[in-house]
Ligand binder design. Sequence first.
Ligand code: NAI
Length: 703
Amino acid sequence: MSTRVVSVEFQDNVAVVTVDNPPVNTITAAVREGLFQAADQIRAQPGVKAVVLLCKGSTFFSGADINEFSGPPKEEEYRRLFAQWEGMSVPVVAGMHGTVLGGGLELSLACHYRVAAPGTRLGLPEVTLGIIPGAGGTQRMPRLIGVEKTLELILSGRPVDAAKAVELGFVDAVIEGDLAQGTIEFAKRLVAEGKGPRRTSERNVDPATATDEIIARLTEQAKKQYPNRQAPFFAIDAVRASLRLPLEEGLKYEEELANRSKATTEAKALIHVFFAERETRKIPGLPADVKARPVQKAGVVGAGTMGGGIAICFANAGIPVTVLDATREALDRGLKRVEETFDSMVKRGRITAEDKAKRMSLIRGTLDYADFADADVIIEAVFEDMNLKKKVFAELDRVAKPGAVLATNTSTLDIDEIASSVSRPQDVIGMHFFSPANVMPLLEVVRTDRTGPETLRTVMDLAKPLRKTPVLAKVCYGFIGNRMMEGYAREAQRMVLEGATPRQVDSALERFGMAMGILAVFDMAGVDVGVNVHKANADKYPPDPTYYQADLALYEAGRLGQKTGKGYYRYEPGDRTRYDDPEAIELIRARAKKLGVEPREHTEEEILERCLYPLMNEGFKILEEGVALRASDIDVVWTSGYGFPRYRGGPMFYAETIGLKTLLDGMLKYREIFGPMHWEPAPLLVKLVKEGKSIADWERSRT
Ligand code: NAI
């Protein structure tokens, strides 16, 4: 028999079931149907002594079909299917390779034996999507490795490799060489040794793995690791149940908890971000026949913080990159920092010394623009100065080959103006990396009115080998991310002027889930960086004498943040711990007095509203102006580049969570108190509330 995706053949007395559902053998409805039929067929076939389950292509089952999450629950069907496989009267062996996650791993647990190719990665990452394993993982895994290890696996969300899985005890052997052949031989050996089925469901959970101490420790750990979250606690509840309930009942309890977890806002938010990240590469209006140009060589101008990080990204991707700086000293300093970054990766076991050598050999320093002649893409990352950037682009225009992408990493400058300095503006584009560029996943791709479609496609596609999530933006001040940051940070600083302490503001934001409070972020990035941007762009801001004045007061007192040991907080040498500093508070209060800022009491609620409402409000403007292609792109920018909690789905998703009317009413409330200069609601927000529509309604109405 074979269906489109599942085939069965018999080799001697072994039934070999092979699934081929490219690209990653997701367990779709067709796969489940095929597996049902295969089990029936094997049962009907006389003389079968063992069954082997394999997958073709790059991986064994990579997981359940996430597109089915929003549809009717599938747990019951999974239960029936797995019961049918587990119920076979001859040994069933899963032969695994690739990345085996979630439902894929759960399916293997319903087999009687499991073997894997070296390097296979196996995991139950459901909690990272706000849900729990719902196809038996919480009930079968503890029967194999106990409650404690199961919970450690589920709560970490991270896969383990095959060797570790053998050590943990849920994989029987690592198969070197040909996996299919090795798995069949493994099955034949079982038969020869007279071994029958070994059903996970018939095993008992070891109670010593679920003592009160163990559960208390894991619960405490989950509380710390997952603040504001529910899924990890549903998982703990479900796995513990494996100890007291027989499998059938345990599976039903798991289903109940899985369905409850799916209904949470956190699950909806995390799944929203998961899909949003896969959507960003789609560019409506870009003809399908527009092809990316190959990128085999790259160039970077400026060997500073960003240039060095960008060069590392190319080297990591195996793309040779030439780095240019203005002076020998700057170049050497930059290349030394690159080497130190690789050294620390080696030290932390992220790469081998061999990897480091290989990657370093891909990075070449130069002082001569002529060395860019064969580069396919050149990224400029010199000081943030328009005249300097124009000079650099004029040089690039002179030496770059026709069709080379000429990109700038500017955070604030007008890329249209930069493009005016070259004879080929169609090749000019913004590639806005985030610091540290070799770590942060976000890449804002900024197109000008004249950026050509091929340039755009090339850069969007280049994001993949560079391991970045590209989000397309149009030129405007601050693009998507920094433009939304403006009001967010403005209010944080303003509240400090009104008498809130830096810690009060930052703690409120961190309890909400931001990776780091915004004032601590300024200390980390350098208070001077923000001040310089605001000085250079003074004409772009509203005439508010209190605007970003806390920053300025600290800056003028030489408090530049971590690098000077003091900023909003105080730091000890070699330590990033933030200590409250009365001196900073005093400085800012004195500035507030001079500016005539009225002191004010701040509840935690007000701190969050005043920081987050302007942030979300700006998102509506960006959306309506077409600066972002879609609301979910804005969410990706903030969750992948600015530490906005994924489990809140990003600012636009969060606006819908609290309700657009709540957001609008909040904007109006603060407009009443502080005046219209900063608190005018975005027209699109007003319109949607008036018409009772959602962001998705509006997006649909435009296509
Ligand atoms: P940086 O000061 O660390 O590095 C700038 C480098 O450019 C220095 O090595 C300098 O010697 C070199 N340079 C100056 N003039 C040059 C010339 N004529 N020719 C060749 N090289 C020259 O600055 P950073 O932080 O790396 O910023 C670079 C760009 O990236 C700026 O446009 C900045 O706005 C942008 N950016 C910075 C981020 C950050 O967090 N630091 C984040 C995103 C963008």
